[in-house]
Design a protein around this ligand. Sequence first.
Ligand code: HAM
Length: 413
Amino acid sequence: MSQKLQPVRGTHDILPTDALKRRFIAETAREVGMLYGYEELATPVFEFTKVFSRSLGETSDVVTKEMYTFTDRGGDMITLRPEFTAGVVRALISNGLTQQLPARFFSTGPLFRYERPQKGRMRQFHQFNFELLGQAEPETDVEVLALAQHILTELGLKDDVILELNSLGDEESRRRYRDELVNYFTRYQNDLSEDSRHRLEKNPLRILDSKDENDRKLVAGAPQVEEAFTEEATAFFATVREGLERLGIAYKINPRLVRGLDYYNHTVFEFTTDKLGAQNAVLSGGRYDGLVAMLGGPAIPGIGFAAGIERLAELVEKTLAIPRPVAIVPLDEAYVLDALEIAQTLRRQGIRAELIRGGNVGKRMKKADKMNAKAAIILGEEELATSKVMLKDLGSGEQKPVPLNDLVRELKE
Ligand code: HAM
């Protein structure tokens, strides 16, 4: 019994200071998103397993190794969401929202992946997530990237991140590219890692993402996705790049950026930083034109992105500002109920108030300073007898008696 209870590996408690920063991050995203027409959608934390297994790709790491899946008491196969996109698309279909397009959704909350925990990689983590459904044009991709960059700028991270951009082309391009990759990697089949040999059959694109050192050498000589582009795919990507240039959004083409989930086509992107070590992607996403149909809905195009709130919290310096409190200090235990009454009056008027007890008067005043109170309201016998309190400005140290009736007005000034 002596062993201390710990949270499960890869999960963390969010302590108050950290919670404020995370709220600042999510609220900033929500507010900027509002300027672009996004509304909040909250989907359940768990879904039927097939929502994810069908959409993220049978061979993706997330589906093969990382899902928290269980059979519930009714015998249904359930998975804790490893990402938002599939659930948002499921919700679009379930709620018949496919009739009101385009649809723009913002979501935020916890996600679950059974990954090997390390700095910036948890088993329960949090994202803010944006999805835009029903617009297929490349200018939409530009607008979505502008939103992502706008949020990162508001968070004060403009100079800490770079936008890495790639295109996977349309379906036809992807088919062609797949064939080229199969041709190329089959030649080196015996040199590939076991994982990648498996990927070669199921999804050769995944090999480009391999972390195996030997695989990476082979990947360096592999054909580039652009070589397999159809004319349409080339034109689409050119428009995206032109749009980014027009809006002054800097980017770097990364031809090896393929993303870890299978639903993407055309534009894929990651905002990365060199300040976080190996887990360097803070915000990532792309276009997924086939996903709604894959989950049983009509052919509706989509694009979106998600940002890891833990990773952003490591970089962001600003935090949510909360008002400084007013400390209420009764000079004697006999005045505690008077103090409580005053505290309630202030709180009802929207003033943050905290009662200070314990220790002698000197200790109480020290506590008031320590909690960064802007003022102290001191309750002594003399003042209370005349329905007054002593109001002390903890910045200047000045103090004066104030009638109880004037207290709220004084404090608001
Ligand atoms: P993702 O790249 O898997 O994409 O995750 C997006 C972001 O979530 C990453 O860039 C990273 O910042 C953060 N993240 C992912 N896994 C972890 C983890 N284990 N611990 C901490 N942070 C993590 C998606 O989830 C897609 N659904 C994004 C999207 C939206 N695509 C289209 N729409």
